[in-house]
Write a protein that binds this ligand. Sequence first.
Ligand code: NDP
Length: 245
Amino acid sequence: MLSLGLEDKVIFVTGGNRGIGATVVSLLQQLGAKVAYTYRSSNHYYDGDLPNGALPIEADVTDAAALEAAARQVEEKLGPVYGVVANAGITKDNFYPKLTHDDWDAVIDVNLKGVNHTIKPFISGMYERGEGSLVCVSSISGERGNVGQTNYAATKAAVIGFVKSLAREAARYGVRANVVSPGFIETDMTKGLPDKVKDKITAEIPFRRFGKPEDVAWAVAFLLSPIASNYVTGEVLRVNGAHHT
Ligand code: NDP
């Protein structure tokens, strides 16, 4: 029987309590990984439906010290971390002239600084052990831009530059870093879009539908896998139904 080689691997996922993150947690568990995930205050979002056995850790990714503490907690309870999925993200959309400095900063704090806070505590240990796989969740907005998302697109483009540079540094230590770049996915993040906007976007997507969290989760699992993507690093894997840049 073939496997992705994730059995008993310890994997840390930010924003694992709902949306794409929760689906990633669930899939990784089904693939045999030992998963820890962060939530902020809404761990009960799924009301008991969260995957069994995963380790929930309360942490806000804007807080570097909280992520340091989370990393130590995972290592203590589950062992050395093999994989990290920097998934937590927010939007605060507005036309640029109306976009406040606060909304600019809030999105930078979570989507860009948060990624740094997430990866940093694990990187030295991975280098020492000579193995590891890092996956950051970017977005189609970061690749082609999107009306109302100057702040969000800036962070998601920055994450791609970060990962491509980190991949070059990390390769000599046997550590890989990649990006998953979803198109429009059915989660809370997109559910508030007006129907008119949803219809317009759907018409632009050759698949004629939004993606599902599972579509993204499988791409994350592929990039985490020491077997399936062993020679893949510094890549951006698009999961967008051919809704290209
Ligand atoms: P959701 O809004 O459904 O979930 C966002 C997740 O991020 C939640 O778990 C949330 O936790 C967490 N989060 C937000 N802010 C913080 C914070 N400061 N600290 C810790 N956790 C935080 O979004 P999606 O699942 O759709 O998005 C997941 C990722 O995918 C994001 O990076 C997003 O930008 C990206 N993406 C999504 C697309 C889509 O169409 N849905 C398209 C392209 C990319 P809490 O419940 O506590 O708020």
